[in-house]
Ligand binder design. Structure first.
Ligand SMILES: O=c1[nH]cnc2c1ncn2[C@@H]1O[C@H](CO)[C@@H](O)[C@H]1O
Ligand SMILES: [Zn+2]
Length: 371
C-alpha cells in the first residue's frame, strides 16, 4: 500500500469541497474580454488574456482589502445581463469540476448586477440556470459536481434585509444561504443584525465575512450578536491565541497554547473557518503564506476548511490552495481528506445530502490516493 504522490495531477483528482468562492471573482480572463466586447465596456485595463490575468493578480496583490476589492469593478461591469450571468455561472461550475471539486457553494451579490434593469430575482434565476447547466455538462464529462448558491449582501450598503429575504425566497431552488461581504472596517456585522435575525427566524443558514481586514471585534459580533453558522475567513481568531514559546507557524504541535474566550468559543462550538490562504496574503490579512495561521488552527483542532475566495484575483484553484498548504506545512492525503470532510460537514446542504457525498464520493476518493 503506497500513497499516490502529492503532485498536481493527483491533487486535481482528489475530491474537494469548496465553501467560499465568489462568482464575480472567478471569471476566465477570456470571458471577461468577450463579455466586455459584447456589452461595450471599454474600461478593461488590458486587452489580451495573459495581460488581463496578470493585471488582476497584481492589482489584487495590494496588501489592502479595499484596493483588492476595487478590481471587482471590471468583473461586475460585464455581468449585467441574464446571458452573461448564466455563462459565468456555467463556466464556474465547469472550471471547479475540472479541478476535482465535488461540492461548491458559490456566492455573489445580486444588488451589484442591476445596472441594466435586471431584478434581484432575475439575477438569481440566471445564475442558478448557469449552475444547473454546468452540473449537467460536468456530469456528462464524468466529473459530477453539486453546486449551490450563497446570496451576499454588500456590507457598506443598506439592502441586507431585502437580500436575506431573497435568499429565503430561493431556498430549495439552489440557494442554501446568505452572507455579507465588502469592506470590513467601518461596517461591522451588527449593522446588519436585522438581516441575520430574519435568517435565524426563518431557520436559514448564513456565514459572515469577519476577521479578515478587521480583527477580533468583528468575529465577536458575528458570533455573539449575529449568530453566524460559519466565519468567512475568521483568520484573525489567531489574535486571541497565546502560543507556547519556541513554535513557528509550521510546527507540528502547539500544546500549551492558551485560547481567549472568542477563540475558545469558535473551537468549542465547532464554528467552521472558511480560510483562503492566497487571498489572505493579497489583502494583507496575513504577512505571507509561510506565516499563515492555517496550520496552527488546524493542529489546534479548529474546524478549518480550505477555500479559493477569488480564483481570478488570486490566480488560483482548489488544488493550488492544497498544494500551497502541502508545500508550507507538509500535509499528506489524510490531512487533505480531513480538511475536505470538515468542509463537507459544514456545508449548508441538508444532512442526508452531505452524508451521501462524504460516503459515496469523498471517502472512496481519498482511499484510492492514500493507497
Ligand atoms: O475576501 C473578500 N472579503 C470581502 N469582500 C469580498 C471578498 N472577496 C470578494 N468580496 C466582495 O464580494 C462581492 C460579491 O461577490 C464582490 O463583488 C466583492 O466586492
Ligand atoms: Zn470572500
Amino acid at each position: 500500500m503506497t500513497p499516490r504522490p502529492l503532485d498536481p495531477a493527483n491533487l486535481a483528482l482528489a475530491p474537494k469541497a469548496l465553501l467560499h468562492d465568489h462568482l464575480d471573482g472567478g471569471l476566465r480572463p477570456a470571458t471577461v474580454l468577450e463579455l466586455a466586447h459584447d456589452c461595450g465596456y471599454t474600461e478593461l485595463p488590458a486587452d489580451d488574456q495573459v495581460a488581463l490575468a496578470t493585471w488582476f493578480r497584481d492589482a489584487a496583490d495590494s496588501g489592502s482589502l479595499e484596493r483588492y476589492l476595487e478590481t471587482f469593478a471590471h468583473t461586475v461591469a460585464v455581468m449585467q445581463t441574464a446571458s452573461a450571468l448564466e455563462r459565468v455561472a456555467r463556466e464556474c461550475v465547469e472550471d471547479l469540476a475540472a479541478d476535482g471539486v465535488v461540492y461548491a457553494e458559490v456566492r455573489f451579490a445580486p444588488e451589484q448586477h442591476l445596472e441594466n434593469g435586471l431584478t434581484l430575482d432575475e439575477v438569481v434565476e440566471s445564475v442558478l440556470a448557469g449552475f444547473a447547466k454546468g452540473e449537467v455538462d460536468a456530469a456528462g464529462r464524468g466529473r459530477p459536481i453539486v453546486v449551490r448558491a450563497l446570496v451576499t449582501a454588500m456590507r457598506h450598503a443598506a439592502r441586507s434585509r431585502e437580500i436575506a429575504e431573497l435568499a429565503v425566497r430561493f431556498r430549495g431552488r439552489g440557494v442554501v444561504g446568505f452572507d455579507i461581504a465588502g469592506a470590513e472596517a467601518g461596517n461591522p456585522p451588527t449593522r446588519h443584525l436585522d438581516a441575520f435575525e430574519y435568517m435565524r427566524a426563518s431557520n436559514a443558514r448564513f456565514t459572515i465575512h469577519a476577521g479578515e481586514a478587521f480583527g477580533l471585534p468583528s468575529i465577536h459580533e458575528a458570533l455573539a450578536y449575529c449568530g453566524c453558522d460559519r466565519l468567512g475567513h475568521g483568520v484573525r481568531v489567531i489574535d486571541d491565541i497565546t502560543l507556547p514559546p519556541g513554535v513557528t507557524p509550521a510546527s507540528h504541535s502547539f500544546d500549551g497554547a492558551v485560547l481567549g474566550d472568542i477563540a475558545a468559543t469558535v473551537r468549542d462550538k465547532r464554528i467552521p473557518l472558511e480560510l483562503c490562504p492566497s487571498s489572505n496574503v493579497q489583502t494583507g490579512a496575513v504577512a505571507s503564506l509561510a506565516d499563515h495561521p492555517f496550520n496552527i488552527l488546524a493542529r489546534l483542532r479548529f474546524r478549518v476548511t480550505v477555500n479559493t475566495d477569488n480564483r481570478l484575483m488570486s490566480d488560483t484553484c482548489m488544488s493550488n490552495e492544497f498544494k500551497v498548504l502541502v508545500d508550507h506545512f507538509g500535509y499528506g492525503w489524510t490531512d487533505l481528506e480531513r480538511f475536505t470532510l470538515n468542509a463537507m460537514k459544514s456545508a449548508f446542504l441538508h444532512f442526508d445530502d452531505r452524508i451521501r457525498i462524504i460516503d459515496e464520493v469523498i471517502k472512496p476518493g481519498y482511499a484510492v490516493l492514500i493507497g
